[in-house]
Ligand binder design. Sequence first.
Ligand SMILES: N[C@@H](CCC(=O)N[C@@H](CS)C(=O)NCC(=O)O)C(=O)O
Length: 209
Amino acid sequence: MSLTLYGNYLSPYTRRVAISMSLMEIPFTQEPVMIFQSPEAVSAHNPVTRIPTLVLEDGEALYESAAILDYLDERAGQDGALIPPAGKPRRDVQRITAIAIGTMERAQWAFYETRFRPAEIVHQPWIEHNEKHAMAGLAHLNGLVEAAGDNWLAGTDRISQADISTAVGFSFTAKVRGHLPVRDEFPALAAFTDRLEATAAFKEAPIPG
Ligand SMILES: N[C@@H](CCC(=O)N[C@@H](CS)C(=O)NCC(=O)O)C(=O)O
């Protein structure tokens, strides 16, 4: 039995795991579960029914994208890991990744407000609060892209989790908050994301239309 990744690629957390596995050349089968439509397949493995959930060859289940990626880094070994093992290089990758994750969460919370609440109890100030902070996250990432020039964002000698999560976070925000002017305001980040989205690992995990 191969590894099974539960989750569809609208989920940025699932998507960053899938892209990472592809870059690490760890084969897996995707179960493209839409979590709100068919939660049962995930509930069987994850008591809080969230994606991504990764089921290993022996049936052991892992959840939380950071914990899954930690396991995958260990499995890939130092040459394949996407987060450096120690010291400042590790902190730099973790810091940038945390900003990318925070941005995804802000966009997700704004998105969920209208997706799951009846229109009469949607709280617009909560949407605007999260969109404001998502834009601030993207502004910071845009500055990092500008400062990095032709280098990877955390100065690593090859792509790291910081680069993957940044591009995934930008694409997700652009997808679910389509009215925000993210391409106009953050052209360097948009170009960086476009370059990564054109690579095989990203193209193998497309955001559903
Ligand atoms: N911190 C979690 C976030 C996972 C998450 O929020 N997943 C969403 C889909 S993007 C989900 O499963 N939502 C189902 C629900 O809220 O019931 C991670 O990094 O894995």
